[in-house]
Design a protein around this ligand. Sequence first.
Ligand SMILES: [Zn+2]
Length: 333
Amino acid sequence: MEKITFGNMALQITSEADAYEYMETLRWPNGEVVCPHCGVLGSHYYLNPDNGVSRTTTRGKQSQRRVWKCKDCRKQFSVTTGTIFHGSKVSLRIWLFVFFEMCANKNGIAAREIARKYDVAPKTAWFMTQRIREAMANDSSGKLSGNIVMDETYIGGKPENWHANDPRRAKTGFTTARKTAAIALISEVTGEIRTKAVTNVTGTVIQNMVRDNVMPAETTLHSDSAPLYRTIAKELKAHHVVNHHAGQYVTELSSGTNKAENFFSQLKRSIDGTHHCISPMHVQRYLTEFAFRHSTHDLTDTERMSRLMGQVPGTRLSYRPLTSRILDSTSFV
Ligand SMILES: [Zn+2]
C-alpha cells in the first residue's frame, strides 16, 4: 500500500467518489469484499450510476456514494455500511481526514479543532471523535502474558484531595468524580496496553482487571508495593514489587512501573494541553484512544490507519443516547 500522509490524502481525495474509492482500498485491500448483510465473500457487483458520476437519493439530492449489490441476498451496500461512518451526514472525505489525524497525532485532535478546521458543527465534531474512539475500542487481540507492568492513577487529581471550594465538586458530585481513576496493564515485550476507568481502585477491581486481560499462570506482574495487588499475586506466575516509598524504582528482578507511569503522564499532559478538560464519564474513551496509539506505536501511520480501518465495522454508536448525555456534560472541547 502507498504511504499515507495528510498531504497525499489531500491530493488523492478531492471528491466524495474519491473518498469512497480510497476507503475501499483500505478496507478491501485485496478486493475481498464481504457483504455486510449476509456475510458472503466476493459475490458482488458495482452499480454504475446512470450518468457515471452520481445518483439521485430518495430526498432528491445527488450522491456520489459508490454502491455495490450482493448477488446472494440481492441487497445493496457501500464500504460504509455497518461501520462507524454509516448514516452520517458528514462527508466521507472529512471523515477520512479526521480518522487519519486521530491515528497519527500523538495527542489526538480536539473536537473544537476539527470543527474549526473542517467547518462542521462542534457537536458533530465531538460525535465524530467519539465514533472513532469506539472503533479503537474494538480490538480483539486476546489476553496478554509474560512480563506485565501495572499501575493506577487519578485523572484530574484524586477527588479526596480537591479543595472544599473546588468547582469540580459542584459539577460532578461525589459519585461521578470517583470515576476518574484509571488502571493500566502494559506488556513489557510488545508495549500493548489495556486500560480501564473505574469508580474506585480496590483489590477486587485490580483482580478483575488482571483476570480479564492476562493469562494469570503465564504472567509476571510488576507493580508498586500497594497492598491492592496482594490477593491477585497468588494467582500469578510471579509478582515483583518496587517500593516507591523507599525511593526504589528498579530492582534486580524488575524494571519497575515506569512504562505505565509514562503512559499516564503523556495522557494527562495531552488532556491538559489538547483536550483541556474532559468529563469523568468520557475518561474511558480517552483512555481507549491513547491505549490504541500506544499499543500500535511500532506501526507506521499507514499501518495504524489500515489496522483501525479493520476495526470500524460493527461499532455504530447511536446518536441519541450520546446527545442526551452531551447536554449535561462539560466535555465538549
Ligand atoms: Zn449479501
